[in-house]
Design a protein around this ligand. Structure first.
Ligand code: ADP
Length: 261
């Protein structure tokens, strides 16, 4: 009981005896702390772009005759900050939907080849030709929520692009294994040191905040991946070496496979 937090009530009983009632509040305290941390982090993340936008609006109000080129560069920066807030709010809403027990997985037949090809095409557009992105497809279709699985795999591939320097190589592999279908997203980018790996799926956890912001990250991508995978009984395995690259493997259960009719 050394690490537990208990509330003890002493209730008088007959013959000068007493009853001790204990409530273990360790878990509820932990959830409470996580909630407080989340609100503090989310508020901080939203406050930064808001401060920038308010600052520019104040300058615009004080200098009505501001040069057109300066004004338009301020407007451009405000639009970027507005878009950043929008991404954050959307990711927060996605996370809260995924966590809600009422929101059930709407399982459907997913055409994995089509989905992975689309994800790779989107990654090509994001990379603007600066990376070599390949798809090695040799696995079955699965049952699951198409929107959720797409967003999880797309998050992994987008991260691979964002954390891999120009001319890097990104491989997306879809195969079957004795345990079930597996998606591997592998890059030869900046990598992650061991002490960070177990914390990557925590909300707002980033190895390098400034790099994540530069590349438009919200810090919620892998938390979303984790929740989607929990909802599909799938597992995430991360292997990485600094300056060598990272490998994110998603292992689906065998029962996710769509059997040929
Ligand atoms: P972000 O929006 O910051 O990318 P994520 O939750 O998607 O948030 O990822 C959390 C952190 O994990 C990132 O900030 C980054 O430090 C690290 N990370 C994720 N994917 C990779 C990758 N492929 N290579 C190196 N680091 C990565």
């Amino acid at each position: 009981l050394r690490d537990r937090k208990l509330i003890v009530h002493v209730i008088p009983f007959e013959n000068r005896r007493q009853i001790l009632v204990t409530h273990d509040i360790t878990e509820s305290e932990r959830i409470d702390m996580m909630r407080r941390d989340f609100i503090a982090n989310a508020s901080h993340e939203l406050r930064t772009p808001l401060t920038v936008i308010n600052g520019f609006l104040e300058i615009a109000a004080m200098q009505p005759d501001m040069e057109v080129s300066i004004r338009s560069s301020h407007v451009k920066l405000m639009i970027e900050q507005g878009e950043r807030m929008q991404r954050l709010v959307e990711d927060m809403l996605t996370l809260s939907r995924l966590e809600s027990t009422e929101f059930k997985v709407r399982a459907e037949h997913i055409d994995m080849h089509l989905m992975l090809r689309h994800i790779c095409q989107e990654a090509q557009a994001l990379s603007a030709g600066k990376h070599q992105i390949s798809l090695d497809f040799d696995g079955p279709d699965i049952h699951g929520s198409s929107d959720e699985i797409r967003s999880a795999i797309s998050n992994l591939v987008t991260n691979a692009v964002r954390y891999t320097p120009e001319h890097g190589e990104i491989k997306v592999i879809w195969k079957n294994t004795p345990q079930g279908p597996k998606c591997v997203v592998q890059d030869n980018g900046i990598g992650i040191s061991q002490e960070h790996i177990s914390r990557l799926t925590e909300r707002f956890y980033r190895v390098d905040k400034s790099r994540s912001r530069e590349t438009q990250g919200t810090g919620l991508g892998l938390a979303i991946v984790k929740h989607v995978l929990i909802r599909h009984d799938a597992q995430l395995l991360i292997e990485s070496t600094v300056n060598v690259g990272s490998k994110f493997c998603v292992q689906f259960p065998q029962r996710a496979v769509v059997l040929p009719s």
